[in-house]
Design a protein around this ligand. Sequence first.
Ligand code: SAM
Length: 275
Amino acid sequence: MGKLYVVATPIGNLKDITLRALEVLQSVNIIAAEDTRQTLKLLNHYGISGKKLISYHNYNEKEISEKLINILKTEDVALVSDAGTPCISDPGYRVVKKARESSIEVVPIPGPFAAAVALSASGLPSDKFLFVGFLPNKERERETDLGEYIDLGFTFILYESPKRVLKTLNLLNKLNPDADVVVAKELTKIHESFIFGKPIEIVNFFENNLEKLKGEFVILVYPKKEKNIDIEEILKEAKNLKKEGKKTKEIAFLLSNKYGLPKNLIYEKIKNLEI
Ligand code: SAM
């Protein structure tokens, strides 16, 4: 049995390849690649030659996966995409799934992943995040999905084509004008840049610099929603808890957890509350 190596490749700068990735690409005879011309550029750059490249796209994935599984019964195969990590907004999932089902060993060779590269340098909260990838094409679905991600309240990451960057930023402005947004452009390449601001500020920036709407983009969003706080409701609840015999400190703790507000703030509001 061969092994299926899932090999991450650079997202721009060809130096961003690991020693292990080069070792694997050198050792296998067969490389399943998305666009064989793109992969050849990488192989040529590193002086790797004599490989059989099999073209593997979203539209021939089913048929080629079967072919690859047959090959894997006797020898190793490396799977690469045009850039970054295969299977992430890229083809590969089917062959990995089939390999798993056929008890073929799958070995990840980690490397660049544009979303993580962008997040690491964005300055947005990164303790918890959602990777979305490309939004759907249909307007209504895009809006519904974006609304859901905004409601989650933590950073989410979109991939976007240059044609749709402005559209997406305008939609963000409509749904969450206070969000903190970072547009990461052309990561690891000569024209790498990060644009920061509220959605409308970034819209204005691109509208004044239309020539900058070229290249590859990651959009990172940290949603911000004004909490609709009903202070009367909080005081009513605090009164009831006091009637139950709870201490002011405990009530402040309970309500701060419930409403996501600072404990001290609630304490100040309820400390002189008469029951
Ligand atoms: N598999 C890749 C990965 O690991 O990130 C993603 C491939 S997906 C088809 C291509 C999208 O990834 C682009 O449209 C862009 O949103 C993002 N992307 C890839 N390379 C990038 C780069 N150098 N700078 C900014 N975004 C990039």
